[in-house]
Write a protein that binds this ligand. Structure first.
Ligand code: T5A
Length: 206
């Protein structure tokens, strides 16, 4: 059994990750490739419980505790969902993974980045390809406004926070060109999808 490929989508709020993960999974399926969509925080029953703690509620976690909660959710998600699917030959499309912890908790909230890097090293799994969707904050804010709904703990943070997060993702993409592809996600949905498929087939062959 050939192990599946592990693809993550990263970026700030409203970058279009969820929209694009659906299109990517559908395109892979149409191509005869079994694909599973999942997300973080969450993606397994235990990790979804931790998602509720992280996104809802009013607790102001210390940066290190918040980082560890994301990694606890991630360890559970990897063990229960990601690893079994990859072992079965399924491609896993994951909406956010460890780069989000570095961008949000590290760049955004000021948690120690070397501490986060150590946890990434200990996790024992890394994506085969990470698509970093980059949009200017004004575009993201307009998309979120149009979508409506209640803002979670992170969405409520100020624009300086979101600017640091965006810079974090850009730094990550530029520092790991073998794994990451930085994409301009301010174009229309179909154009972004086309760019994603080009990146996927360039990396893995058709
Ligand atoms: N978090 C997560 C951390 O702090 N640390 C971590 O380690 C992890 C894993 C997760 C939150 O947790 C934080 C980050 C997040 O704040 P979430 O609900 O999963 O929360 O939030 P997001 O992943 O940010 O999901 P969003 O829905 O906010 O953003 P998406 O998925 O990037 O955007 P999407 O696809 O839902 O699109 C938003 C709207 O824009 C439209 C869509 O139709 C939709 O209405 N749209 C476009 N419109 C025009 N042109 C395009 N190209 C468009 N693409 C999408």
């Amino acid at each position: 059994m050939t192990r599946g490929r592990f693809i993550t989508l990263e970026g700030g709020e409203g970058a279009g990750k969820t929209t694009q993960s659906v299109l990517l999974a559908d395109a892979l399926t149409a191509h005869g490739v079994g694909a599973l969509r999942t997300r973080e925080p969450g993606g397994s029953p235990g990790a979804e419980v931790l998602r509720g703690l992280l996104l809802g509620g009013s607790i102001d976690w210390s940066p290190r505790a918040e980082t560890l909660l994301h990694f606890a959710a991630r360890a559970e998600h990897v063990a229960e969902t990601v690893d079994p699917a990859l072992a079965a030959g399924t491609w896993v499309i994951c909406d956010r993974f460890f780069d989000s912890t570095l961008a949000y908790q590290g760049y955004g909230q000021g948690a120690d980045r070397s501490f986060i890097a150590s946890l990434i090293g200990l996790l024992g799994i890394a994506p085969d390809l990470t698509l970093v969707l980059d949009v200017p904050e004004s575009v993201a804010a307009e998309r979120m406004r149009k979508r409506g709904g209640d803002a979670d703990r992170y969405e409520r943070l100020d624009s300086a926070f979101h600017a640091r997060v965006r810079q974090g993702f850009r730094d990550i993409a530029l520092s790991e060109p073998d794994r990451c592809v930085l994409l301009d996600a301010s174009a229309d949905i179909q154009a972004v999808h086309t760019a994603i498929m080009t990146a996927v087939w360039t990396r893995f062959g058709q």
